[in-house]
Design a protein around this ligand. Structure first.
Ligand SMILES: Cc1cc2nc3c(=O)[nH]c(=O)nc-3n(C[C@H](O)[C@H](O)[C@H](O)COP(=O)(O)OP(=O)(O)OC[C@H]3O[C@@H](n4cnc5c(N)ncnc54)[C@H](O)[C@@H]3O)c2cc1C
Ligand SMILES: NC(=O)c1ccc[n+]([C@@H]2O[C@H](COP(=O)([O-])OP(=O)(O)OC[C@H]3O[C@@H](n4cnc5c(N)ncnc54)[C@H](O)[C@@H]3O)[C@@H](O)[C@H]2O)c1
Length: 580
């Protein structure tokens, strides 16, 4: 068979693969519009002369990607699979994995059954942050006392619900399109349909009622990235109008006068911020004894003082919402039966205008047919994986060439965690052993002010230290936003940062922040945990003045470590010239 014929069959192409003249440049247009054509010409060039392959794109991801693809397709000429990697699910996890895989030279397809961008882009992070941004602005402008303290007076502040809802909706569409384009630009094939495994290297994809889409593809490696959906406890019917989950709430179809929020985790807190800014009264219903049970206790106490008490919010803790009866907006209230979490006795019935169910998320792993590789989901529906994101079978052994990342494996249900796991899995696929340190993954709740953290809560850290016999070495240091010049200039002195560390070694274990821009501030700490920077090192970092990041500077400088040796001192660093 001629060289072009070998490549044609290796790529599964219907068009003959032509060898291109050496030195021909690939154009932006080809990449963006006809990536299939681009692939052929790259392969052609690869055959003629590897060194003569050039890309018209300068210093961009697509350039690196097309170089990588040239290597990949060349290397694959003799393989028997359609792709090196097929990812099932195009949320942020699948997207992050696909970008990295292409950069590593893999030929990639992504199977998507519903909407590109998944939860985060369409029903999660992105629209919720748009609502928080708009409602946060309303809250700020309505806070006459705060503005007056800086000499500002505004007249009456009004807003329109629909344009705020449109802002969230349009932002989601824009980001989803950007995400799709970013995949197409680097030659990732997007296969529309719900994917299921039919063998160790085979995926069938289809859409119910659509005979025109679907097919079967093979891949050397497969990655499951199918995400999650809202978890709704039994006894709670969702009508999407008066009783709803975040999926509906993000559309902001109406602003109830009084809304009960079941669950005081991330979603409950962020929506309490949105609704109270837009004029609703909120009642939290929380199963645990305290609000925000998943957060550091001290942070939750401050949050209660800053985010809950000054707002029209009340709460019932230690109770489960066991039965909810939907209402009719403006006509019939929603009824919520509350049951004591410990005694299991019905203790109250609430009548409210609406009810948001924010009781966690359930993995969406339905229909994946893991049985095809002798694996199964756990009792909560998560796909079991090891620390390299490799799927484990029923007996706990690694299923070769199968990975699962993101919300579907339940390790850490955050967008950036999903993406980081995807990148980690790709590294393992490429033979470079990699384990993501989940203790270094930051988290943030985007209330006003924000809450953020990395690592365990102080309570969890103390428990671990006790078990492992280093409780006397655990130390905690705190700083306040009240002493920070920038926060005071903004008249936003409410807030605290605390670091949990080992005073014998200087190891940073966790950092928790509540205060202005806490979500941005956490990264210095999370990166320090990731790179194992110690307190002794980090306290020499220099922070611009006056900035909020000095809250952390003060935190690091306030820590006392027994061992004063600095580990990361590089003498030559001092010789690097500094820009004037
Ligand atoms: C209201 C809300 C706000 C949030 N805010 C934040 C935030 O601010 N920051 C943050 O880090 N996280 C946030 N999250 C969490 C974040 O959205 C998730 O952790 C993240 O989306 C998980 O990404 P994923 O790729 O694992 O899954 P998903 O984003 O759920 O994507 C999975 C994709 O797989 C597709 N799929 C499922 N099954 C199949 C199949 N069989 N075949 C083909 N395709 C399939 C789905 O259609 C979906 O597109 C928020 C979540 C919610 C609900
Ligand atoms: N800013 C962010 O990063 C962000 C924002 C929103 C959502 N998320 C992600 O989405 C996921 C889901 O968020 P969430 O707030 O729904 O879950 P969550 O796990 O954060 O909080 C759920 C809360 O509901 C309570 N609860 C559960 N069942 C109950 C019942 N029957 N009655 C009363 N209380 C009950 C729990 O005790 C818990 O406090 C989170 O895991 C988070 O990772 C992240």
């Amino acid at each position: 068979m001629a060289v072009t014929g070998v490549l044609q069959s290796a790529l599964g192409c219907s068009t003959p693969v032509q060898a291109q003249p050496a030195g021909r440049r690939c154009g932006v247009h080809q990449i963006h519009t006809f990536h299939g054509l681009h692939r052929h010409s790259v392969v052609g060039q690869q055959v003629v002369s590897l060194s003569s392959f050039k890309c018209g794109l300068q210093r961009c991801r697509a350039q690196r990607a097309c170089r990588a693809r040239a290597v990949s397709t060349f290397a694959q000429a003799g393989t028997k699979y359609d792709y090196d990697l097929v990812i099932i699910g195009c949320g942020v996890g699948g997207h992050g994995a696909a970008l990295h895989a292409v950069e590593c030279g893999l030929k990639v397809a992504i199977v998507e059954g519903h909407d590109i961008g998944g939860t985060c882009v369409n029903r999660g992070c992105v629209p919720s942050k748009a609502l928080l941004a708009a409602s946060g602005r309303v809250r700020e402008l309505k806070n006459a006392m705060h503005l007056k303290s800086m000499g500002i007076q505004v007249g009456s502040v009004s807003f329109e619900r629909q344009p705020i809802a449109d802002h969230a909706n349009q932002l989601a569409s824009t980001i989803a399109s950007n995400l799709k384009r970013s995949l197409e630009a680097i030659g990732v094939d997007i296969l529309i349909g719900a994917g299921k495994l039919t063998g160790p290297h085979t995926i069938k994809y289809s859409l119910p009622g659509r005979v025109d889409v679907g097919g079967t593809v093979t891949a050397k490696d497969i990655m499951i990235a199918t995400g999650s959906v809202p978890f709704v406890p039994p006894g709670i019917p969702i009508d999407g109008k008066t009783v709803f989950t975040s999926d509906h709430a993000l559309k902001l179809e109406w602003i109830p006068k009084w809304i009960a929020i079941i669950g005081s985790g991330y979603i409950g807190l962020e929506f309490s911020d949105v609704y109270t800014a837009l004029g609703s009264e909120v009642t939290f219903i929380e199963a645990m004894d305290n609000l925000m049970p998943g957060f550091d206790k001290e942070v939750a106490r401050i949050a209660q003082r800053v985010l809950i008490n000054p707002r029209p919010i009340d709460w019932h803790t230690g109770v489960l919402a066991t039965k909810v009866t939907p209402g009719v907006p403006g006509v019939k209230p929603v009824l919520i039966e509350l049951t004591d979490f410990k005694t299991k006795e019905v203790v109250d019935t609430l009548e409210v205008d609406a009810c948001l169910v924010a009781t966690g998320r359930a993995p969406y792993t339905h229909g994946l047919n893991l049985a095809a590789v002798d694996a199964e989901v756990d009792r909560r529906g998560f796909v079991p994986v090891n620390e390299k994101m490799q799927v484990l079978d029923k007996s706990g052994k690694v299923v070769p060439n199968l990975y699962c990342i993101g919300d579907a494996n339940g390790k850490y249900m955050l967008a950036h965690a999903a993406s980081a796991q995807g990148i980690s899995a790709v590294e393992n696929i490429c033979g470079r052993s990699h384990v993501l340190n989940h203790a270094s993954v930051p988290a943030a709740c985007f209330t006003h002010p924000e809450v953020s953290f990395v690592g365990p809560t102080e309570e969890q850290a103390r428990e671990t230290a006790q078990k492992e016999g280093w409780a006397d070495k655990l130390a905690v240091v705190k700083t306040s936003f009240k002493a920070n010049s920038k926060a005071l200039a903004e008249k936003e002195g409410e807030g605290m940062a605390k670091m949990i560390y080992r005073k014998d070694t200087g190891e940073i274990i966790g950092v928790h922040i509540i205060g202005l821009h806490a979500a941005d501030l956490i990264h210095e700490a999370s990166n320090a945990v990731a790179t194992r920077q110690t307190v002794q090192d980090i306290k020499f970092n220099v922070h611009a003045h006056p900035t909020l990041s000095e809250v952390l500077d003060e935190l690091f400088k306030g820590a006392h470590v027994e061992k004063q040796t600095r580990a990361n001192i590089k003498p030559e660093a001092a010789k690097v010239p500094v820009a004037a």
